[in-house]
Design a binder for this molecule. Structure first.
Ligand code: SF4
Ligand code: SF4
Length: 376
């Protein structure tokens, strides 16, 4: 295994981190403990020492399960990351309660890497106003957490504001070769590095979409460049090439994935891709983006829609349908993630959103097309 450090820590972190959110499950939807323990042990034996869980993973079963795993190994040889569920926090006392319960669930006295989970403009304001920064400082001073960080899902401006608001040890951001300009993006990565904030990358495969059913024009880019690696190899090589990135998190679901990822992590090295390689990634990214007829930056200036349409979410999911072409999965996600009242079918074509969109997206037109596509 290859190991990397974060700027403010002497911990040697495995280049591959185990994301404990996609364990195999039983027909009843519970974690399949035999298979999942085997995967965790294979990772541990293979040198993985960063295990990332969260309060809500696997319907709250992940933390207790990871806690039982910690009892089976040498706790001191691994780093445990978990997260405060910011959207559940209503008072300052809640923060202490959640952390204490998490320590209990994980059967440990300390958490190595503690994150505010999924910060966005809204959750950040809420937890900040409730005193989260004092909570974090106190928890660190008490020895309950060793490093303070946050995971993030919003735009770059929000990322920049949060990053500058505290002396963070690390951040966890979405990093893959497609989303270089999305959410925190490469700009966010560089900003974090300039402030000596460590970076953990999540979604290196964009939820698996970068390795399944490659659109023909994207595959052509790789073939023309003489790159015959597998989609998985290309995707993780891009992330590991980034020297500022300490850990690539992978939510593995099979023992084969664990073995395959360890093999790739063993070969990983920062700054090994050539300028020509990077140009090919950039062409592949453009080939994906060319499949989408608009560029929504999720700035949300168009919101709120008087009819309740969640414009950026609807446009975002439809963009994914065009990019990856996996219509059945995408249609499932549309019904799962977008409530009926917020779907394209609600659009009355009032046009109120049109002048607010800096990208000049013909939103009502796309709402009609999207409504037909999802037949909702
Ligand atoms: S045009 Fe449609 S999406 Fe835009 S504000 Fe009006 S109802 Fe909402
Ligand atoms: S204003 Fe335009 S770019 Fe911004 S979220 Fe709305 S549709 Fe997307």
């Amino acid at each position: 295994m290859k190991y990397r450090k974060m700027p403010k820590s002497n911990d040697r972190l495995s280049a591959l981190g185990f994301g404990c959110m996609r364990f195999p499950t039983t027909p009843e939807g519970k974690i399949d403990e035999d298979q999942s323990f085997a995967m965790l042990h294979a990772a541990y034996q293979g040198g993985v020492n960063y295990f990332d869980t969260a309060w809500g993973y696997h319907g709250e079963d992940s933390e207790p399960f990871v806690g039982r795993f910690l009892q089976q190994i040498n706790r001191k040889q691994v780093y445990v990351a978990t997260k405060l569920p910011c959207w559940l926090i209503k008072t300052r006392e809640d923060m202490d309660e959640y952390l204490n319960k998490q320590l209990e669930r994980l059967q440990t006295d300390y958490i190595d890497y503690y994150l505010l989970h999924a910060l966005s403009k809204r959750t950040w304001k809420t937890v900040k106003d409730l005193g989260v920064l004092d909570f974090l400082k106190k928890a660190k001073a008490d020895g309950k957490i060793r490093h303070i960080g946050f995971s993030f899902h919003d735009d770059y401006a929000t990322f920049s504001r949060i990053l500058r608001a505290f002396d963070w040890d690390f951040t966890q951001i979405m990093l893959n070769y497609l989303d270089t300009h999305y959410q925190a993006g490469i700009k966010g990565l560089k900003l974090a590095a300039s402030r000596k904030v460590g970076v953990v990358s999540m979604e290196p495969l964009r939820g698996g979409k970068l390795v399944h059913s490659l659109p023909p024009e994207v595959e052509t880019v790789w073939q023309k460049a003489g790159n015959h690696q597998s989609p998985l190899e290309r995707a993780v090589a891009w992330v590991w090439n980034i020297k500022e990135c300490s850990v690539l998190l992978s939510g593995m679901s099979t023992i084969q994935q664990v073995q395959q990822n360890i093999k790739l992590a063993n070969k990983s090295k920062p700054e090994t891709l050539s300028a020509k390689d990077l140009r090919t990634y950039s062409r592949a990214r453009k080939a994906y983006l060319a499949r989408v007829p608009y560029l929504c930056s999720e700035c949300r200036y168009c919101m709120p829609c008087p009819l309740g349409v969640n414009i950026p979410a609807v446009l975002g999911l439809y963009a994914e349908a065009r990019m990856f072409g996996d219509a059945p999965l995408n249609k499932k996600e549309y019904t799962m993630f977008i409530s009926e009242e917020a779907r394209a079918a609600q659009c009355s074509h009032c046009g109120a959103c049109l002048p607010k969109c800096p990208q000049h997206i013909e939103i009502p037109h796309w709402m009609s097309e999207i409504k037909d596509f999802y037949a909702d």
